[in-house]
Design a protein. Sequence first.
Length: 74
Amino acid sequence: MDVKEQITKAVEKITRDKKLQEQFQKEPVKALEGILGIDLPDDVIDQVVKGVKAKLTTDKLSDSVDALKGFFKK
């Protein structure tokens, strides 16, 4: 199983669905198992949860930086 591929898949689905975002914040393991459609071993699911959280945080920071760049160009 490619953990990086699972993280990418999960991030794409979570960013498009507000309910999934809320569920991921409350119950990340349950949300990911539902998204991925499989019951993962604890060590793998922990890696995926950490990866998804990191990717979501990075994407939010990137969006903020882009917004600031646009603001300063005006």
